[in-house]
Design a protein around this ligand. Sequence first.
Ligand code: IPM
Ligand code: MN
Length: 379
Amino acid sequence: MTYKIAVIPGDGIGPEVIREGVKVLEKAAEVTPGLDFEFVYYPFGADHYLETGQLLPERALEELSEFDAIYLGALGDPRVPPGVLEQGILLKLRFYFEQYVNLRPVKLYPGVPCPLAGKGPEHVNFYVVRENTEDFYVGVGARAKGKKKVKHEIRRSIYRAKFGVDIDVDKDEIAYQIGVVSRKGAERVIRYAFELARRKHKRRVTSVDKANVLSHVYSLWREIFEEVAKDYPDIETEFAFVDAITMWFVKNPEWYQVVVTPNMFGDIITDLGAMIQGGLGLAPGGNINPEGVSMFEPIHGSAPKHAGKNVANPIATILAGQMMLEHLGEQKAADLVERAVIEVLREGKVKTYDLGGKSSTSEMGDAIAAKVKELGKNG
Ligand code: IPM
Ligand code: MN
């Protein structure tokens, strides 16, 4: 089977890490009978935007919908105001393709230093299932001064609310941003988390929220979690407030199996997750639409200060490629790539700076590609 993969290297270290990711996927194809890739590159990102004023045109989106998956490096550039590229390209892709699951495995591999005292690979091995199309990411909100600019309904709520500061909504400047949870949106991602738990032989799903404060959106989230849980009596459930779970990730990471979370909390807790699995250089993610076009990327950003130096750790991107293989149904090749990463990390001969070594991005990619070949040959 030949898979058509759209590659968006993007900004900063994106092109360097993607180059290694593609290298490893090509090697996996070489040693897996019947597996092949056709990579088509797209230039979207800061340079393209600065040259053409174009972020992600509608035509490109239509074209991308013909692919089996999208492989993305990173977006963000200091020459462009924050949010322009992130919203105009990354979030646009997630929303356009309704990639409603952002799957982020938090797995510590042997040989990788963990900042948690006394914790090793046997303690850090869970999945965060982050909702990816709703919550505070819907982009509803405004800055406003004076009552005319504030929508009627919102003004009423603001009047009704009791603030700690005495604002006059007719005169004072305010800004507001609204988080939205829909029954359909929450249900589909929560169900995905339970299905994942079954598929991965995990026995517990933890739901994250802040229902004690953001009671409109997250009481709905909770209610739906409880409803969906009824269909999975074999799986234990619990709720955790987002502030508490950051503490428990550090203290007792071994407790967690599958964690399902609204979008913004998921964004925050997965950076913490990345740290306990050894750093951002090791943390992959998949933006998944089980019925549509999915997109795989490292969860780190474009790291402009490391760009062009061939020093960034490509493992997060290589593991994102591994997730893509699994998503495409190429489990054998996926396992091969993961085993190669594990083996190279365990040997500890090739280490990028974040792992305490001096190896380059391409040396790490080469080592993993060579290991894929070696393990592939031995079956
Ligand atoms: C992530 C990133 C993005 C997010 C940004 C770049 C828009 O932080 O993938 O976690 O907030 O989702
Ligand atoms: Mn993030």
